[in-house]
Design a protein around this ligand. Structure first.
Ligand code: ADP
Length: 372
């Protein structure tokens, strides 16, 4: 079993951000850190428990086995994909399979070179250093990482004032696992220093149903096959959302005196939570409606859309767009984002609207807004 060290396990004398920053920084999807995100619980700990991503798992299993046979650390690995898809989980599984300790931190938490040096010098041979949101490292910290990744060396400052200089310090061989929402956010020199670069894709409805089945059992309120599929279908392709919705649906089912989650239980609860039958939440609908109402269906540039909605551009691009694109509600054209006929039909707007579209909401009562 891999040992997991969170950054807040470290020496408290080192100034660093409060641990909550990790969640804040990861956007609205992580507005609350699920209890299972720390320690055992819902988070899978082995390749077998990790649902989906079959091709990726297969490749990583080979790389792990090869590294172990050579008694070498795994090559530096970059995992990219939208939030909540299992990058942190996969990093922990890799450490578990490599039988090494994983040290967890994030780009914004590594505020200066000293913090990075603290993490790197704490690593034992073969350990994994996981940096979430690695694209948010400052340029100076990033530069120090280059020599650590390439030559296993870091320059440590010694002396003070005019006698200050740096001394090279040899690091134990280690694996850096970086996670980012998009590789394009990384500088080319950093990206090039990863020997393994892999993407994690949105999950299929069936895979999410499997996750809901497992989670609901662990939570003590099992979902029937159709109940699990209903929650899975509406989870925006994202395991973190599947787990979160399963918890909330369980609450509704429990209060209704149920012992299992059936499809009607799921439908009832999800409607209350403002998740419509296609899995769109209040923000998804707001995005589509803004494009229709303000930009006559598009195309509209992402900056303009972000300003209209009052949402950060990154949140739109990383959290909302992938799902809307994958499900065919939104199209990306060279001139910007455009709603599709499917979106218009779903919003019951009929044809591409003029200035004052006829509008009728569907799905959810519009009251409960789940901050996903
Ligand atoms: P990311 O680091 O990409 O934001 P996480 O690894 O924190 O996502 O995953 C969020 C939650 O979703 C985890 O707590 C875990 O319980 C669940 N999860 C993620 N991927 C899977 C998977 N492949 N199978 C089952 N559960 C998963």
């Amino acid at each position: 079993m891999a040992r997991v060290r969170h950054e807040d396990d470290d020496d408290k004398s080192t100034p660093r951000r409060p641990s909550a920053s990790r969640t804040e920084d990861r956007g609205v999807l992580s507005a609350e850190l699920e209890p299972d995100d720390r320690g055992p619980g819902l988070r899978p700990t082995t390749f077998d428990e990790y649902v989906g991503q079959t091709a990726l798992k297969h490749k990583l299993q080979i790389f792990v086995q090869a590294a172990r046979e050579r008694s070498e650390p795994l090559d530096h690995t970059l995992l990219h994909g939208p939030p909540g898809l299992g990058k942190t989980t996969m990093a922990q599984i890799l450490a578990h399979e490599l039988q090494v300790t994983i040290h967890l931190t994030s780009g914004p938490a590594v505020e200066h070179k000293g913090v990075l040096a603290g993490h790197l010098t704490a690593l034992s041979a073969g350990d994994v250093l996981f940096i979430d949101e690695i694209h948010r490292l400052s340029p100076t910290v990033e530069e120090s990482l280059y020599s650590a990744m390439e030559d296993g060396r870091i320059d440590l400052p010694v002396g003070e004032g005019t006698r200050a200089r740096t001394m090279p310090f040899s690091l134990a061989p280690f694996t850096l696992i970086g996670a980012t929402t998009r590789t394009a956010l990384l500088s080319a020199p950093l990206r090039e220093r990863f020997q393994i670069v892999e993407g994690i894709e949105l999950y299929t409805d069936d895979e999410l149903a499997q996750i809901v089945t497992r989670t609901s059992k662990i939570l003590g309120m099992p979902a029937t096959e159709s109940g699990a599929l209903e929650i899975g279908r509406r989870s925006r392709g994202t395991p973190r959302i599947a787990n979160r919705l399963t918890r909330r649906v369980r609450d509704f089912a429990q209060v209704r005196g149920r012992t299992a989650i059936d499809r009607p239980d799921a439908e009832h609860a999800l409607a209350q939570l403002g998740v419509d039958p296609q899995g769109l939440d209040a923000t998804d609908r707001r995005i589509l409606e803004a494009i229709v109402e303000v930009y006559e269906g598009g195309p509209v540039g992402i900056e303009a859309l972000a300003a209209t909605l009052g949402e950060p551009r990154d949140t739109l691009e990383d959290v909302y767009e992938p799902f809307l694109l994958q499900r065919g509600f939104l199209a990306r054209t060279p001139r910007g984002r455009q709603v599709t006929r499917k979106a218009l039909e779903h919003l019951e707007l009929g044809d591409k609207p003029t200035q004052t579209p006829r509008r009728k909401r569907r799905g959810g009562d519009g009251q409960g807004q789940l901050d996903l």
